[in-house]
Each structure stands twice: as structure tokens, then as C-alpha cells.
Design a protein around this ligand. Structure first.
Ligand SMILES: *Cc1c(COP(=O)(O)O)cnc(C)c1O
Length: 470
């Protein structure tokens, strides 16, 4: 097993490729999810510590017969829950090759060509976002780590007494931001009010900054959203940049869900000002359709990141190298050993090209808008908030509940959601907006069609009929 023959490698590979083909041929017809029990999974997994080995075919069989069926099928076109990418075969092959080469992207000398490929790919992402040529960054495990890295730099850049530093973010901001602030020892996190479309109210931002200054606290950083995870709201980036400049604050933009939608003409104007942020968090494992994990942080001035992360230990000292070859990613982020995430990003961007990615993202946006127009022309659904990007939030409101209180309608929708997830034809998740429950979906799959949005509403109606009110 550790050192297979060429023939074995070929057989294993053929088996894996055939499994992928069979999976993709059938995923549309199957269920996204179903009622799965932990006990059922454990029953199927041999628990004893293996002393003797087994065949590859036996391992693959467990993957085929237990792991796949007892997973949520993220490639399914009606997987609308959370912010979930479908993955794509080219990236699966890229991950295979990356693991095969087992490059370790700590520093240039450890992985010369892979490091150059990451720098090239990061430079493409910089151009996609519209940053000037000095900007740069690196890949990380996800948006949470990207937010953490960016805030670490912001704090380093803005002050010494950490416990007096203040961060500002709308109350719709992803929890990874306040988590990062807490881990880093940031003094205060202020939640800024939002308008009726869940965008940051800049008046409230100014007021809170002014109050902190008055008190002798140290305003440090504003986090703006380029696509909130609840509703897809994009904060007014240009205006927030002006306020940040006025008070000399770091502006970090969390674009983990939404920023790649800058590639879609129909919404790109929402992202004006993004390129003037001091840092941006992105998740190629969301709207670039890549498999987990790959997050990304871009710094407008990467030298600032060195002040937070550069570390000079004797065992990492680069000896006798020229500037380009002395480059080390550990100077720009929290990790040392790093997998070759850049390969899948590069293979996708180069293999698909921006035109087809823009087209796919426009298709996702069109699906969310189609859902909205279906809801608006129906008499048994209501939108909870207008669609901004590819997230849609709505409620089922069948005739029999029309005169009930919001509480009753919300409780019904909550039960409906659980039943829908168990039914498995379509998968939604949930959110709370202004204190009210909403069914929440996000279109993030290039396989999803307008027809899928119609099927979703049919599924909700069908499951709703069997769902009692509380
Ligand atoms: C997903 C998401 C995150 C967290 O990213 P991970 O990759 O899950 O760590 C942060 N912010 C927003 C807006 C997100 O959508």
C-alpha cells in the first residue's frame, strides 16, 4: 500500500475516476440530503484499530457505499444552504496533483515553482479586484483565517495599547470577525446599525467613532462587508473609505462570500471602492466554485503585513539568497507549513478563463432574481428582503396562515425548513432578519438553473402541505 506498483496506481486511479464520473452523472437526480443518523454511520464504519492492511478497492468501497451516501451532496444543483460551493473536477485533479507533489509553500526555496505560481495567482486576484500593482497577499484555509490575518495587521499598524483599540463592523458581519478581534485582544468591537437593506449606516459609524475618541479610546479598524452572509448586502464601500481616511482607520473588507461577484457586470458597480481597502478577505472556495479549503487575504501594502508576521528565527534564516529567492510566505500570514492551494486556483482561472466564470456568476445571480420574481408573483410566498447578490430570504405564507401572527408564521416556517431538509429534494438554511425567521438560500453552483428555482418552490409547497402549524 505504501509503495504501489505502476499497475496498482493505474488501477486505483481508474477506479477513482470512474467513481467521479458515476457520481456526477447521478448527482442531479438524487437527494441533497436526508435524515442521517450518527449511529447509522458508525454501524457502517469498522471501528477496530487496523493492524493488517486491506486492498485499495475495499477503501474505495467504503467511500462509495458509506461516505458518499451519508454526506450532504454539495454538488447538487439545489444545495442552497449556507455559502457552499459545488467543487469542480479540474480542481479535484489539482488537489490530487498538489498532494502528490506534496510541495510545502513556506518560502521560495522550499517550493520555487509552486511559490511563483501562488504569487502569480494572487496577482491575478489582485487584478480581478482592481487593486494597484503593489498589492499582494496569500492563500489561507478560509475567510475566517483571512479576517484574522488582516485584523492582526490592522492592529499592528494602528497602535500599541491593544486594550484601547476599537473595531467597527455592521451587526450583519460574519462572526469570524468578532472572534478574530477577541483572539487578538482588540479592546472593543462596536456593532454598527444597518439600513432597511442591511447595509452599514455610515452616520452611526461616524457617531460611534466620535464617541470613542471623546472617551480616549483608539479607533483602529472598520470592517465593511462585500456581501453579508445573511442577505448578500454590500456596505457603501466608497463612503466608508472616506470615513476611514478622515479618522485614519484601517479599512478591511470581508468579501468572503461576495467579492468575486465583481466579475459580474450586473452587480460590479456595488463593489466600487473595494480596491481602496487596506485589506480584503476572500474565499475562492465559495464563488470561484473551488473545493475547500482555500481562502485568501489581499493587503494593499504587503509590507504592513511583515510588521505583524515577520519573524527571524535561526532555523528559518535564508542563507545566501537574492531578494526574490529570499521571499517567505511566513512573513505575510500566520502559517508556516502550507499546502499548494494555489494550484487549483491557477488551474481554474487559467483553464476556465474569466469570461466563463463571469458567465457562471451571472447565471447564479439570475437564478436568485428569478426566485424573487416567482415569489413576488405568487400568493403564497413573501420575500423577507430584496435580493442583492445570489442570496434569497423568503417565507412560505399559505392561505391558511395569512391571518396568523408573525410568531405563528415563523414557527411554521421553522418546522417547514426541518422537513424540507429531511425531504432532500432541495436544501435551504435559515436566518433571522429583524427578529423574524426566514428561509435562506444561496445560489453558488454553476449547475443550478432557473428551473431549479421553480422546483424549489414546488418542493416547499409540497413539504409545507404536510407540515402542521404549531
Ligand atoms: C464564509 C464566510 C466567512 C468565513 O469563511 P470560512 O472560509 O468559512 O472560514 C467569513 N465571512 C463571510 C462573509 C463569509 O461568507
Amino acid at each position: 500500500m505504501l509503495d504501489p506498483s505502476p499497475g496498482e496506481i493505474r488501477n486505483w486511479g481508474n477506479g477513482v475516476v470512474q467513481l467521479m464520473i458515476d457520481y456526477l452523472e447521478n448527482v442531479d437526480e438524487g437527494r441533497v440530503y436526508g435524515p442521517i443518523l450518527s449511529s447509522e454511520i458508525r454501524k457502517q464504519l469498522e471501528p477496530s484499530l487496523p493492524t493488517k492492511g486491506c486492498d485499495f478497492e475495499e477503501l474505495l468501497q467504503v467511500f462509495r457505499e458509506t461516505i458518499i451516501p451519508l454526506s450532504r451532496q454539495n454538488a447538487h444543483p439545489r444545495m442552497f444552504g449556507y455559502v457552499q460551493s459545488p467543487g469542480t473536477p479540474v480542481a479535484a485533479f489539482a488537489d490530487l496533483l498538489a498532494s502528490f507533489l506534496n510541495a510545502n509553500l513556506t518560502a521560495w526555496r522550499s517550493a520555487p515553482a509552486p511559490v511563483e505560481l501562488e504569487r502569480l495567482t494572487i496577482n491575478w486576484i489582485r487584478q480581478i479586484l482592481g487593486f494597484e500593482s503593489g498589492a499582494g497577499g496569500l492563500f489561507l484555509s478560509g475567510g475566517s483565517m483571512a479576517n484574522l490575518a488582516a485584523l492582526a495587521v490592522a492592529m499592528q499598524a494602528k497602535g500599541k495599547s491593544r486594550d484601547r483599540l476599537c473595531l467597527y463592523a455592521s451587526r450583519e458581519t460574519h462572526f469570524s470577525v468578532s472572534k478574530a478581534a477577541r483572539l487578538l485582544g482588540m479592546g472593543k468591537v462596536h456593532q454598527i446599525a444597518v439600513d432597511e437593506r442591511f447595509r452599514m449606516r455610515t452616520g452611526d459609524l461616524r457617531a460611534k467613532i466620535a464617541a470613542d475618541l471623546e472617551r480616549g479610546d483608539l479607533p483602529c479598524c472598520v470592517v465593511a462587508n462585500a456581501g453579508t452572509v445573511n442577505t448578500g448586502a454590500v456596505d457603501p464601500l466608497t463612503e466608508i473609505r472616506e470615513i476611514a481616511d478622515l479618522f485614519k482607520l484601517w479599512l478591511h473588507v470581508d468579501g468572503s462570500y461576495g467579492a468575486f461577484a465583481v466579475l459580474a457586470k450586473s452587480v460590479s458597480q456595488l463593489f466600487a471602492g473595494l480596491e481602496r481597502a487596506d485589506s480584503v478577505a476572500l474565499d475562492p472556495h465559495k464563488w470561484l466554485y473551488l473545493p475547500v479549503d482555500v481562502g485568501c487575504v489581499i493587503y494593499r501594502d504587503p509590507q504592513m503585513a511583515r510588521t505583524a508576521f515577520a519573524h527571524h528565527a535561526e532555523y528559518t534564516r535564508v542563507i545566501g539568497a537574492e531578494a526574490e529567492e529570499a521571499f517567505a510566505f511566513w512573513d505575510y500570514g500566520p502559517e508556516l507549513t502550507r499546502r499548494f492551494r494555489a494550484l487549483k486556483v491557477w488551474m481554474l482561472l487559467k483553464g476556465a478563463g474569466l469570461e466563463s466564470l463571469s458567465h457562471a456568476i451571472e447565471g447564479n445571480l439570475a437564478c436568485a432574481r428569478h426566485l424573487q420574481s416567482l415569489v413576488e408573483s405568487s400568493d403564497d410566498f413573501e420575500m423577507a428582503v430584496p435580493v442583492e447578490l445570489s442570496i434569497f430570504c423568503f417565507r412560505h405564507l399559505p392561505a391558511r396562515l395569512r391571518n396568523e401572527s408573525p410568531g405563528v408564521i415563523d414557527a411554521y416556517n421553522e418546522r417547514l425548513l426541518v422537513a424540507l431538509q429531511r425531504d432532500g429534494s432541495s436544501y435551504l438554511s435559515n436566518t433571522t432578519l429583524d427578529g423574524r425567521f426566514a428561509l435562506r438560500g444561496c445560489v453558488l453552483n454553476y449547475r443550478t438553473t432557473l428551473r431549479d428555482m421553480e422546483i424549489l418552490l414546488e418542493d416547499v409547497r409540497r413539504v409545507g402541505q404536510a407540515t402542521s402549524e404549531p
